[in-house]
Write a protein that binds this ligand. Structure first.
Ligand SMILES: Cc1cc2nc3c(=O)[nH]c(=O)nc-3n(C[C@H](O)[C@H](O)[C@H](O)COP(=O)(O)OP(=O)(O)OC[C@H]3O[C@@H](n4cnc5c(N)ncnc54)[C@H](O)[C@@H]3O)c2cc1C
Length: 336
């Protein structure tokens, strides 16, 4: 019989990140009341939430040094928590902070690890569904080695709902190693604006058409930037891009300052998970649309009725000028 642990860090406010509740939902498929463990500078709110969402007890490791993600300190805290729990199966959310330490942690504790897991179940023992080869091959597997670390992809599972009463909280002492790494601040890639939001309900994709010559024979990149930013602001959407648009920076053409290659969706980009997606000024070619495989409801705005979206890639294609459409959409959304 396995001992199941949900392992997570807290966020800056001491809360459990949403993907941690999704991972707890996965852990509860293996054990109705798993142990939870959380590390961070403060963990109180996270421990209360995880307890109320079904954890039998919550182990916490708190230290001011855990305020920032750092491999040496995070790994030491996580290892202490896993050891204290006696866990044989460790389920963790695939946040960037956990992704950074999880492989090293598994190695340190003599375990095995699987990433990109999208389903967890019992099948005569714990079994997971995971993706390989940039999400082209799906496999279902079990492992005999323990401890088994399982990183659950955010957005794939329903979060556990905090509806019960709080569980007992136990503090685990951790001897954090001295560190030569000092975090002095954060710098965002472009304008400091966070445009990639995995939790957003909508993915808004901008294609290269936004910077191309329009009906009057001229490009209107500044207006395009205003419209795209305006939509992101009023809708809270996550911003995706086609490869052509983000590649333009390398060719010295006008680019959106708030966009980088991290926004690229597709075969050589990301495969985000949002309930809905809206593509604008993007042709909908296969290498791009392959990144939409987890977007459940797809719409596109394109001047070209023969574009890729029209060929079964979108649920609805609006054959229209995206400049006009987004101006109107933004005005309507601004009115509330
Ligand atoms: C190996 C390989 C990997 C690739 N990987 C990726 C990938 O990961 N992601 C990716 O995106 N691409 C990828 N590509 C490139 C992909 O094939 C396309 O070239 C790219 O997606 C095209 O980008 P686009 O649709 O923005 O630009 P374009 O093809 O230039 O299309 C612009 C569109 O904007 C429309 N438009 C212009 N003005 C307006 C307007 N006012 N209103 C409405 N519509 C308008 C036009 O009708 C046109 O359809 C890859 C290609 C290869 C060969």
């Amino acid at each position: 019989m396995d001992t199941v642990l949900l392992l997570t860090h807290s966020d800056g406010a001491g809360q459990a990140p949403v993907p941690a509740l999704e991972a707890l939902g996965a852990a509860r498929r293996l054990a109705p009341s798993p142990i939870a463990a959380v590390f961070g500078a403060s963990t109180g709110p996270a421990a209360a939430t995880l307890g109320a969402a079904g954890a039998a007890r919550v182990l916490v490791a708190e230290d001011p040094a855990l305020d920032v993600p750092r491999y040496a300190t995070d790994t030491a805290a996580a290892a202490a928590l896993v050891k204290a729990s006696g866990a044989t199966v460790v389920i963790a959310p695939a946040t960037s902070r956990m992704m950074r330490i999880a492989a090293g942690l598994a190695s340190r504790l003599g375990g095995r690890i699987d990433t990109h897991v999208t389903a967890v179940d019992t099948e005569g023992g714990p079994a997971v569904t995971r993706w390989y080869y940039r999400q082209r091959i799906e496999a279902r597997l079990r492992r005999n080695e323990r401890p088994w670390f399982v990183l659950v992809d955010p957005g794939a599972l329903t979060p556990a709902a905090p509806s019960g009463t709080a569980a007992p909280v136990e503090r685990v002492p951790v001897a954090l190693p001295g560190s030569r790494t000092e975090v002095r601040g954060e710098r965002s890639p472009a304008s400091g604006e966070q445009t990639i939001k995995p939790d957003a309900r909508i993915l808004f994709v901008a294609g290269a058409g936004w910077t191309k010559k329009q009906a009057d024979g001229k490009p209107h990149a500044d207006l395009a930037e205003t419209l795209v930013r305006g939509f992101l602001k009023v809708s809270g959407a996550s911003l995706g891009s086609s490869k052509s648009l983000v590649d333009q920076s390398g060719e010295g053409q006008k680019v959106f300052a708030f966009m980088s290659h991290l926004n690229q969706v597709g075969q050589t980009g990301a495969t985000p998970r949002h309930p809905k997606g809206l593509a604008t000024c993007c042709h909908g070619e296969e290498p791009h649309v392959v990144g939409w495989r987890f977007i459940r409801e797809r719409r596109a705005v394109n001047l070209d009725p023969g574009c890729g979206w029209a060929r079964g890639k979108a649920d609805v294609l609006y054959v229209a000028d995206a400049f006009a459409v987004m101006e109107r959409v933004n005005a309507l959304l601004a009115k509330g």
